[in-house]
Design a protein around this ligand. Sequence first.
Ligand SMILES: CCCCCCCCCCCCCCCC(=O)SCCNC(=O)CCNC(=O)[C@H](O)C(C)(C)COP(=O)(O)OP(=O)(O)OC[C@H]1O[C@@H](n2cnc3c(N)ncnc32)[C@H](O)[C@@H]1OP(=O)(O)O
Length: 219
Amino acid sequence: MSTDENAAEELLRGPEGLGRRDMPTSWTRRPGIEPTPDFLAMIDALRALQDDVTAAVPPPDVLVDTTKTLSELSERLRAYAAPERDQLTGRLITVPGRGQTMSPVLHLDEWSEHHARGHVTFGRFYLGGNGAVHGGAIPLLFDEILGRLANTGGRRPSRTAFLHVNYRSITPIGVELQIEGRFEREEGRKRFLTAELRHGDTLCADAEGLFVQLKPGQP
Ligand SMILES: CCCCCCCCCCCCCCCC(=O)SCCNC(=O)CCNC(=O)[C@H](O)C(C)(C)COP(=O)(O)OP(=O)(O)OC[C@H]1O[C@@H](n2cnc3c(N)ncnc32)[C@H](O)[C@@H]1OP(=O)(O)O
């Protein structure tokens, strides 16, 4: 196993491997790369921007200005693009949201090898229509909680083979929702997990996921 995989395994091992607020703040493949508060602040600002862009209907002059500013920002950051092995976003597993903005921030409140409970709020960015979260955004969240659960507790890495989602009632944006995941059973390399997303007493969606443990050399 490479040093990188060892580092990941170390953080994923055991009930304390995830969800701890006081653990080292980085999962990095190269010493010296850390998610500084400034980096995390940039990610938070991007999340707010995604919500604001989604909601905004600006006048033409503001649109022109905004486009110019965004293009300048892209160009500025492009100069610092790193290869995947050095990328921070998505790999900061000790930070809620893992430093990426593709899925909403999952806050874990309780964690064990077989169960996880947390909360999440979908912002305006995730709107499908009529106040409901887009149907494609909900599996992102299920994959996040189940993927973590499937790969924690010293288990060898696995990948999602299927993720079946049932949409039971609309999932509202802009309010805190509760999410719960369970590691149901293991059959050889196959790990079966389930999850539910609720708004108070209302079941919004549930999911069943199969995660298959990777064979050596499988990407
Ligand atoms: C690497 C991770 C590190 C984690 C670090 C933590 C990071 C911090 C948290 C991140 C949280 C986000 C986690 C996201 C996790 C992803 O989303 S991964 C990305 C999405 N998934 C993929 O890209 C997977 C693509 N598919 C594959 O790579 C391969 O198909 C798989 C899933 C590895 C399986 O292929 P395989 O190893 O050749 O397996 P195979 O021998 O065909 O099947 C094994 C068994 O599974 C069954 N099976 C396989 N596929 C299916 C299926 N679709 N339906 C039913 N049965 C199936 C087979 O029938 C067989 O059953 P048995 O005959 O043993 O009873």
